[in-house]
Design a protein around this ligand. Structure first.
Ligand SMILES: [Zn+2]
Ligand SMILES: [Zn+2]
Length: 274
């Protein structure tokens, strides 16, 4: 049976003071390694190193949007890749064109080992390409490995935000990125083996949470039930739920009766087709 190994490098909401920002690794049955979002600063390469993953092993990034807590780690991943493997292939970044335009500006601003940034990618001083942009339309199939492919769908957060559905050797995994409860997500996640959904708070804080562009756990539970997924993992956790995430599980449980868990930093799980 093919398995996908999932490693949560960071599971904290943008303002969470206890957790690293969002980054998830998918190790797919055909050997493809995908990074979903990049956390911020150097936390992604520190967390990866803690579980024996090196930056040069990352070659493909599926980015959900251009908030700093999701794309801010990119220059540091690339800087480490350039140091350890200067002639290595470029890091391929897949996202909406709007998000990629913001990433280009961020790379120019930080200037970490990147000298030229254009519409194709980014190069170092000796002309070696280190980033390659792959603007992706919603619903467009992106082939990532022999039996691994993905497609994005627009979600309800900032303009240009997407979620991703990854198909890996018959295992389907959907990641919401940041979003309010999204009908596009429900449609895209139909029948998925696993839904990884953000959950900033609980339903009693719905108005405030939606006002910040996010979902409550009850919304994640609704999405999971409406999409008919087999399992739900909650992530993008805020400070009040760091030590005791049970209220998030209880909130989602009111709508979804399958397995529900809350990710934590360096949490690893294996998902088999089913
Ligand atoms: Zn976020
Ligand atoms: Zn965001």
């Amino acid at each position: 049976m093919p398995n996908v190994d999932i490693t949560f490098l960071g599971t904290g909401a943008g303002m969470c003071v206890y957790r690293n920002h969002t980054a998830i690794v998918l190790d797919c049955p055909d050997g493809t390694r995908l990074l979903l979002d990049t956390a911020s600063g150097n936390s992604v390469i520190r967390q990866a190193a803690a579980v024996g993953m090196l930056a040069q092993e990352f070659e493909q990034v599926l980015l959900t949007h251009h908030h700093g807590d999701h794309m801010g780690g990119l220059p540091y991943i690339q800087g480490q890749r350039s140091l350890t493997n200067p002639e290595g292939p470029p890091l391929r970044i897949y996202s909406s064109e709007e998000a990629l335009e913001a990433v280009r500006m961020y790379c120019k601003a930080t200037r970490l080992r990147v000298i030229n940034v254009d519409q194709e990618g980014a190069t170092t001083g000796n002309g070696h390409q280190v980033f390659q942009w792959h603007p992706t339309e919603a619903g467009q199939r992106v082939d990532l490995g022999a039996t691994t492919w993905a497609s994005s769908f627009p979600v309800d957060h900032i303009s240009g935000s997407v979620g991703w559905r990854v198909e890996a050797g018959g295992v389907s995994i959907v990641f919401s990125g940041d979003t309010r409860l999204s009908t596009n997500l429900v449609e895209a996640a139909q029948g998925a083996r696993l839904l990884i959904h953000e959950a900033l708070s609980v339903e009693s804080n719905l108005e405030d949470t939606n006002g910040r562009g996010h979902s409550v756990a009850a919304g994640a539970g609704r999405a999971a039930a409406q999409a008919g997924v087999q399992e739900l993992v909650l992530t993008h956790i805020d400070s009040p739920f760091h030590l005791d995430p049970q209220p998030l599980i209880d909130d989602a449980r009111r709508f979804f009766d399958g397995p529900i868990s809350v990710a934590s930093d360096l949490y690893q799980m294996t998902v088999a087709a089913g």
